[in-house]
Design a protein around this ligand. Structure first.
Ligand SMILES: Cc1cc2nc3c(=O)[nH]c(=O)nc-3n(C[C@H](O)[C@H](O)[C@H](O)COP(=O)(O)OP(=O)(O)OC[C@H]3O[C@@H](n4cnc5c(N)ncnc54)[C@H](O)[C@@H]3O)c2cc1C
Length: 377
């Protein structure tokens, strides 16, 4: 790794170990990010990692952001989403007015944005969303429901996707809007309790004649699906790929320690070939997943379209995290199952990675469709 990335990695790891790790148990217990930790994160400037420097952010490129995400997720994946937010769509398609209005606040940690696409009847089939946006005068009026929105109940900005032309569907009929929590007609209907990722609530959001100023349209009317897909391509690298690698690396390290320290039959369990081979497989997969994340990130930083690579990263990295978590639990034996054990927590969190930001089945569909199209069949 180049010096610049190594330096970023070391600084982030130091912050993670000294400032975030001590809050890990509290996050798990309370299912929230403690105020004291939120203040430390805001002071670190990390909220602005992807915000361009001219708006007060750190201006990290995608590869650098992936290195930071990997380090953050060694401790807690909920913290990753709390810090990162969803700003790719705004960065790629937002007007100068929107960037000037929101980016400095995001960089200071005063505003945090989520990504509101999924609906009760539109999960994998995101183009089937029903939330409507109708323009009357200078305002758009939004009506509909979003669900499973990460941090939707605690964030104050929402990148919302809604239908502006039902005839056109995903090809020109969907638009993206920045909706502030205080806009009339917006409400958080419910927090939806889930099995893992405690500290990152998912929520159902209601839009009831929600009034959105015309200038809060992101890109042009009808570009919403492009905004969403661009955000998902980058998001799958940072929030799924790099996060899966960071969590898997941590699980590997914990498993090596356990293999050295746990004695059975008069010797460390690491002397049994069954355990050695599990460690070897874990290390091999983590290494491969990291290379895939970095390769796709470099491509995106060069301006390449990475839909294919990003889908491959999502499938391989999220399934690697799942296999690694399973092996880590096996190596730790019953102790790994106990509440309070990091293995138990990582195991639950790893399972979610195969579902959100587009399931692995949908990614396989995207990969195979691209392969077949490119070979002309
Ligand atoms: C922790 C978490 C956080 C989330 N955060 C957000 C968020 O911030 N913003 C947001 O918009 N959404 C969010 N989601 C929603 C997430 O993106 C959806 O769960 C995901 O897109 C899948 O949709 P679904 O759950 O409705 O499953 P469904 O679409 O109902 O799919 C069910 C099963 O059918 C399979 N399937 C569906 N269609 C096909 C097909 N064509 N071919 C093969 N198999 C198929 C799926 O792969 C899956 O196995 C979050 C979800 C989770 C779990």
């Amino acid at each position: 790794m180049e010096d610049r990335l190594e330096d970023l990695k070391c600084k982030t790891r130091d912050f993670v170990e000294t400032e975030i790790e001590p809050f890990s148990a509290e996050i798990e217990e309370t299912d929230a990010i403690p105020q004291a930790l939120a203040q430390k994160i805001a002071a670190s400037g990390l909220h602005g990692m992807a915000v361009p420097k001219e708006y007060g952010g750190m201006g990290l490129n995608v590869l650098e952001a992936c290195v930071v995400m990997e380090e953050l997720s060694r401790v807690n994946q909920a913290v990753v989403r709390f810090i990162g937010g969803s700003i790719t769509g705004l960065a790629q398609f937002g007007s100068e007015h929107l960037k000037n209005k929101y980016f400095p606040r995001i960089a200071r940690g005063e505003a945090r944005a989520d990504f509101a696409l999924s609906e009760p009847e539109a999960g994998s089939d995101a183009a089937a969303i029903k939330t409507r946006a109708e323009r009357r005068g200078d305002l758009y009026y939004l009506n509909g429901v979003k669900h499973m929105i990460s941090n939707g109940s605690v964030n104050n900005l929402h990148l919302v996707f809604a239908v502006t032309d039902p005839q056109k569907g995903a090809r020109g009929g969907i638009s993206a809007f920045v909706v502030e929590r205080t806009f009339p007609g917006f409400s958080v209907a419910a927090v939806q309790p889930k099995m893992g990722l405690r500290g990152m609530p998912i929520a159902r959001l209601h839009f009831d004649e929600c009034q959105v100023p015309q200038e809060n349209l992101v890109g042009e009317e009808g570009q919403g699906f492009l905004v969403a897909m661009g955000g998902l391509d980058a998001g799958r690298l940072q929030f799924i790929g790099a996060v899966a690698v960071g969590a898997s690396q941590k699980l590997l390290e914990l498993s090596i320690e356990r293999a050295r320290s746990r004695q059975q039959f008069g010797k460390p369990i690491g002397e049994f070939q069954a355990i050695q081979w599990m460690l070897a497989d874990m290390a091999t997969e983590v290494h491969a997943a990291r290379l895939m994340v970095h390769d796709a990130a470099r491509r995106l930083d060069r301006g390449e379209t990475i839909t294919l690579q990003s889908s491959m990263v999502k499938v391989f990295a999220s399934e690697t995290a799942w296999r690694v978590a399973d092996k880590a639990l096996q190596i730790h034996g019953a102790e790994g199952l106990l509440k309070g054990s990091p293995i138990e927590r990582f195991y639950r969190d790893a399972r979610l990675g195969r579902i959100w930001d587009g399931t692995c089945e949908i990614q396989r569909h995207i990969i195979s469709r691209t392969l077949l199209r490119n070979s002309g069949t």
